[in-house]
Design a protein around this ligand. Sequence first.
Ligand code: NAD
Length: 500
Amino acid sequence: MTQTSRTDWHARAASLQADGRAFIAGQRVASASGETFAKHSPIDGRLLGAIARGQAADIAAAVASARAAFDDGRWSARPPAARKKVLLRFADAILAARDELALLETLDMGKPIQYALTVDVPAAARCIAWYAEAIDKVYDEIAPTGPNALALIQREAMGVVGAIVPWNYPMIMAAWKLGPALAAGNSVVLKPSEKSPLTALRLAELALAAGLPEGVLNVVPGYGHEAGEALALHMEVDAVGFTGSTRVGRKMLEYAGRSNLKRVYNELGGKSAFIVFPDFDDIARAAKTVAGAMFFNQGESCNAPSRVLVHESIADQFVELVAAQAPRYQPGDPLDVSTVMGAIVDETQLKTVLGYIESGTSEGARAIVGGRQARSDSGGFYVEPTVFDGATNQMKIAREEIFGPVMSVLRFKDEADAVAQANASAYGLQASVWSSHIDRAHRVARALKAGTVHVNQYDEDDITVPFGGYKQSGNGRDKSLHAFDKYTELKTTWLRINAG
Ligand code: NAD
């Protein structure tokens, strides 16, 4: 029996005291107005605590603290190897606090404790450690100019970075911003989602204890239209790394236009296509994979393969295989270590998901499994894994991001039709092609307008590869060395050389 399965998560949850105060200039503080909002858990409605309702004054204080820290060089001027040391300690501290962070994440946004423990915490720590390890190994450039000059092309930290993140993977999304931004020497003001602020606040405390100087990382919880807007409009913020909906991503660009033209990097929504050709030799594996990827995290994943395109000759068989997977994903108590699907983040999102299910049925698709709310007597918000057959690209369920455990199966006639349907989307985050024909797999992968294309799998992921989308799925890339592009400016310095 593992330590994890022996832990009584209910008992630990019952005695949990969540601290919802902001973290500014190295300290926990109440909001300037003294206002708070109540945070309830989606797993059973229990009250988790009072969260500081950050507004413009709190953002101003956080940005001032970040700016002062940046300008006096307490972090930005340290050698990369010194920043590396601190960030590695921070990553270790995340791992050491695994149980506490995982419990906060599960209670805050409803995901099963087993995944908070085995996916979210280690991925956040690995991300911080990876950028720490990278920062003293990346070199700048010298341009191939003529003999009388030397042109140095150097990366410089941007200054103050605003990070605005969503609730679906609160810690991982924060780490994707913090890793490269902090390693590069920036100061950061992080605005977590009002639906999941608890782990971000705790991360800031752990970073301070690991040696990150005061003011370098500030966390201001609050609502998007208050704290988020104030951060994105602030004249002293040099760049915003935003992950969230396409709707709010548009606003980020407006805020930049209305303020200081700060750099805006948007990581937005998706409606990823999963294309299965009849020449693939193991469609049972494809069905199992699509169910796993779709229902993981309650379907609340930006890259969930929510549009499944299947060749008409195998569609009936494929739909049956996917439906047979559904029982494995029935929602359960997120604090039970055997649960694989947890709660939807809140009542608003629950209603959105149920509204989409209703629209699928009324537009003529057929829910072959699921379609209903579950575990209502728990006091939390749960939805059955749902598979729609007979969907078309014209239906709302196939066009719009649902962000819940709802899959739509569409049919195609031939390769050209598959590519056309897959690309007929405002989004372009990810896609997947399943074929045993190497030419076809490459041809289709090339034709798909998506930031990541998977071939004959959907599970591979690593901090070493960029993550981001084409079209309205955003710009910029999280993860990999490419993320440094977002949080650094390129400076060219010309020197004249007297060649003698
Ligand atoms: P959201 O856009 O509602 O909120 C994201 C963040 O923006 C939150 O912190 C929120 O408080 C803030 N915000 C909301 N309104 C704001 C405003 N007017 N001004 C400033 N800030 C504001 O998104 P969400 O519901 O939290 O998250 C789900 C979305 O995130 C989905 O669309 C999903 O696809 C996307 N997502 C994308 C990626 C990616 O890497 N591409 C990863 C995870 C999630």
